[in-house]
Design a protein around this ligand. Structure first.
Ligand SMILES: Nc1ncnc2c1ncn2[C@@H]1O[C@H](COP(=O)(O)OP(=O)(O)OP(=O)(O)O)[C@@H](O)[C@H]1O
Length: 383
């Protein structure tokens, strides 16, 4: 993923509200200060009921607030003091994609898109319309009615529809949650394309570590109506103590560049800040920046390099810390890639996390500072 995070905030806001008691008699208050990058994807995580959807509703102007202020890339959308400076919902240049595509069932896909096009804040020229249709890969679906489309195809039309209103901000609330795993995997590349090709900031709510790992540049974690953690996605997703890093999903996210290709074996070599890894060749171009996810359960540790193993990737590492896992039989080991050839830059490389049995840690005499070899199955690298 080549787009880099713009660190100066482009989406600045403050929302304070108290909701009336819900059906179970509980009250809910939201109290957030936003200072988010004005480009790229900000992933919003949090347990059910933590306020993710309420936050998106505030940004959209759908949720009345006790206090609400919002500036999006220099344009004031909401002002607490002066209601006349507050843009009503229908005038906010934003696209909203929900869990359900909710297309008009009596209109073809094309007519659904034409409806959005008419509502665009600025006129969409034909080449731009074509670009969006191509980006979402829906050109061949335009004559179909929604009932003839799969869930994933309907959602791609819904995303194209959101883009056709020329949004300056895209809000996506669990857009893939209603799809099965196969359809999710089908649609993710289209979302990655969107991220690479359009410079619209996206707020993306999801419970899926896989989606967030692939798409997000920046992360927000919400707890009880407040933002409890925030930062660059690659950094937060590499922390053992980041709460979404649970059980089998625990892992790290790395940015890497394709540097070599072995056609004979259908493999490519990717270089990241901590070394080089062989991956299955999925057609990425040499020089392309990609994102990798290495799960903690797919890293094993050895005291010496075992060249007779089937595992292609071996990195020299140093143990940074050893932590307890939720499972008492396991421990989590944070590992710093270490210079094999005196490369001092590796000191700043993204740490890896291995999840191994407590017994193995004992047998390897693991302790902080000890030097080992991490073996990573190339097939386990998620692209
Ligand atoms: N209209 C409402 N009136 C009263 N309470 C509400 C209303 N809408 C939401 N809530 C409450 O606000 C809290 C936050 O809801 P919200 O939908 O924002 O959470 P969420 O993090 O998006 O959850 P999920 O992951 O389940 O979608 C919940 O406790 C919910 O019951």
């Amino acid at each position: 993923m080549s787009s880099r995070l713009q660190l100066s905030p482009g989406i600045i806001g403050r929302f304070l509200l108290q909701l009336p008691r819900n059906s179970t008699g509980e009250t809910f208050s939201l109290d957030v200060n936003l200072a988010l990058p004005g480009r790229g994807v900000t992933g919003i995580f949090g347990t059910s009921g933590s306020g993710k959807t309420t936050l998106l509703r505030c940004v959209a102007g759908l949720q009345p607030c006790d206090h609400g202020s919002l500036v999006v890339n220099g344009d004031r959308w909401q002002c607490p003091e002066n209601k006349r400076n507050t843009l009503p919902v229908h005038r906010r240049p934003l696209g909203f994609v929900f869990q359900q595509p909710s297309l008009f069932p009596h209109l073809t896909a094309e007519a659904n898109l034409a409806f959005a096009r008419k509502r665009a804040h600025e006129k969409i020229a034909e080449p731009e319309y074509r670009k969006i249709v191509d980006l979402m890969g829906v050109g061949h679906l335009l004559n179909q009615y929604p009932s003839a489309l799969s869930g994933g195809e309907q959602q791609r039309i819904a995303i194209a529809r959101a883009l056709l209103i020329k949004p300056r901000l895209l809000l996506m609330d669990e857009p893939l949650a209603s799809l099965d795993q196969i359809r999710k995997r089908e649609i993710l590349p289209y979302l990655e394309q969107l991220h690479r090709n359009l410079d619209i900031p996206v707020l993306y709510v999801s419970h899926s570590v896989e989606e967030i790992s692939r798409l997000a540049d920046h992360l927000l974690l919400m707890e009880n109506g407040k933002i409890s953690r925030e930062g660059a996605a690659t950094e937060l997703l590499s922390r053992i103590d980041f709460p979404v890093q649970l059980g089998d999903d625990l892992g790290v996210v790395l940015e890497a560049q394709i540097v070599e290709r072995e056609n004979q074996w259908h493999l490519v070599k990717a270089r990241f800040s901590g070394g080089e890894l062989w991956l299955r060749d999925s057609g990425e171009a040499t020089g392309e920046t990609i994102r990798l996810r290495i799960l903690a359960r797919d890293i094993s540790l050895t005291r010496s390099e075992d060249h007779h193993s089937s595992i292609l990737n071996r990195l020299p590492v140093k143990v940074l810390e050893i932590c307890s896992d939720t499972d008492p039989a396991m421990v989590l080991v944070r590992l710093q890639p270490r210079p094999g050839n005196g490369d001092a830059r590796l000191a700043g490389a993204t740490p890896l996390i291995a999840r191994i049995t407590r017994r193995s840690a004992h047998q390897l005499y693991l302790s902080e500072g000890c030097e080992l070899c991490a073996q990573i199955k190339s097939v386990a690298i998620v692209k």
